[in-house]
Design a protein around this ligand. Structure first.
Ligand code: 6PG
Length: 483
């Protein structure tokens, strides 16, 4: 009996995804370069698969693996992004038949996905870039799945993926995002938002501790309380858990024994690079990415600490703790709204640029469960797009506009307090500036245009009449109409 689907690459994510598929009653072909990973999986979980009416079909060689899958074959590739993915695809392709579907379920850069899709299309094969979010636990118990590639491929793949995905209110957290690399593009932005979310949480923690004078355990309680309201989300809940964890070796709060240099595998950086190309200001995500970079520059940080005082200005800032905690909550929520609005702007711009018809409301829908950024407020985003599919910005929709209006005074107080206390809040501050930038009647961009015209004859447009103009700055200051 042939398998309904195959998966090669049985590291943690691949292994859990394979178990999830088997637990949904599928015969799944499994393969791994190092065979022991495959046999270990079957030894440990073959029984579990059977209990659910599923089975693993293990193969040592890629040839046998391919031959064990029913046609048209659907094969998930779960290996490291970049060269390892290309290497597996190159090995697979000669073994496949026309109409077979190769699915890259890793975090590939969307331009790699597009290149691979074109290459496989020429060979009569389908290539699907599929974003999977939710980490190890999600892969096993229900991730959020962002599927790219052709409609045709989705017909074969979609039902299995929808079945293994998380579910919210009976709706699977899996959809056909759009053709080509749309799935990986959206996963990339998801990760960018994940960076912003985590940075905002980290800044809140820093403020509550340094200015609010709360120990990690007490901050955990604050987060636990926040998780009862609008901020309810996976990451807020997890923050409470992490902050209340005590290191067994030292008895210190766990957060104090972890080195304070944040790493990144690249998806946040890709998001920012793409946003620069698209001209979309995703300031929250960009600041979050740069904050990770800054944290890793240990030599520069040491040099700065040696020259500048490290005694905290926070001690000299007087606050009413209870009011401050509430202000930080409001600032966090408003900044989070900005980060999501920016992320959704980027998806809209990416869709437009690449000719993908991405339904933004569906993205909010499939992010409500399974993924790392799952949050109560994605329901609100889903509703906002249902009311107005061509939204100009999420920020101005009634619910979010009210959230920002209600929170703006607190937001300003928090950013001002942070500045006085010497606590870095790049994501809070840049989100507030973004909001102020959007709502400002006149921006100093006018001066920038004037300067550009002065030094480079770059021309400007006028507020009072149509046309493009240049002033003879080095001459008699007369204005010429250029077009
Ligand atoms: C997810 C996560 C997942 C992974 C990131 C971490 O959606 O499940 O985003 O994809 O944890 O790649 O990225 P960094 O290593 O860049 O923080």
């Amino acid at each position: 009996e042939l398998a309904t689907i195959g998966l090669t690459g049985l590291a943690v994510m691949g292994r859990n995804l394979a178990r999830n598929i088997a637990r949904h009653g599928h015969r799944i072909a499994v393969h791994n370069r190092t065979t022991s990973r495959m046999t270990d999986l079957i030894d440990a979980f073959g029984g579990e698969a059977e209990e659910h009416g599923g089975a693993f079909v293990g193969s040592e060689s890629l040839e046998d693996f391919v031959a064990s899958i029913e046609k048209p074959r659907a094969i998930l590739v779960m290996v490291k992004a970049g060269e390892p993915t290309d290497a597996v695809i190159d090995e697979l392709v000669p073994l496949l038949d026309e109409g077979d579907i190769v699915v890259d379920a890793g975090n590939a850069h969307f331009t790699d996905t597009r290149r691979r899709q074109q290459a496989l299309e020429e060979k009569g094969l389908h290539f699907v870039g599929m974003g999977v979010s939710g980490g190890e636990e999600g892969a096993l118990n229900g991730p959020s799945i962002m599927v790219g590639g052709s409609e045709h491929a989705y017909e074969r793949l979609g039902p299995i993926m929808e079945a293994i995905a998380a579910e919210v209110d009976g709706t699977p957290c899996c959809t056909h995002v759009g053709p080509d690399a749309a799935g990986h593009f959206v996963k990339m932005v998801h990760n960018g938002i994940e960076y912003a979310d985590m940075q905002l949480i980290a800044e809140s923690f820093d403020l509550l501790r340094s200015v609010g004078g709360l120990e990690p355990g007490a901050v955990a309680d604050v987060f636990r309380e926040w998780n009862e309201g609008d901020l309810e989300s996976f990451l807020i809940e997890m923050t409470a858990d992490v902050l209340s964890h005590t290191d067994a070796a030292t008895g210190q709060p766990f957060v104090d024994v972890v080195e304070d240099a944040a790493e990144q595998k690249g998806t946040g950086r890709w998001t920012v690079q793409s946003a620069l190309d698209l001209g979309v200001p995703i300031t929250g995500i960009a600041e979050a990415t740069f904050a990770r970079s800054l944290s890793g520059h240990t030599e520069q940080r040491e040099a700065a600490r040696a020259v500048f005082s490290t005694t905290s200005e926070a001690d000299t800032v007087e606050i009413d703790r209870e009011a401050f905690v509430d202000d930080v909550r409001a600032a966090l929520y408003a900044s989070k709204v900005v980060a999501y609005a920016q992320g959704f702007d980027q998806i809209a711009a990416g869709a437009e640029e690449n000719g993908w018809a991405i339904d933004l409301g569906s993205m909010a829908t499939i992010w409500r469960g399974g993924c790392i950024i799952r949050a109560q407020f994605l329901d609100r985003i889903k509703e906002a797009y249902a009311d107005e599919p061509d939204l100009t910005t999420l920020l101005t929709t009634p619910y979010f506009a009210d959230a920002v209006k209600d929170g703006v005074d607190a937001w300003r107080r928090v950013v001002a307090t942070a500045a006085r206390a010497g606590v870095p809040v790049p994501a809070f501050a840049s989100s507030l500036s973004y909001f102020d930038g959007l709502r400002r009647e006149r921006l100093p961009a006018a001066l920038i245009q004037a300067l550009r015209d002065n030094f480079g004859a770059h021309t400007y447009r006028r507020t009072d009449r149509e046309g493009t103009f240049h002033t003879l700055w080095a001459g008699d200051l007369t204005e010429k109409e250029m077009s």
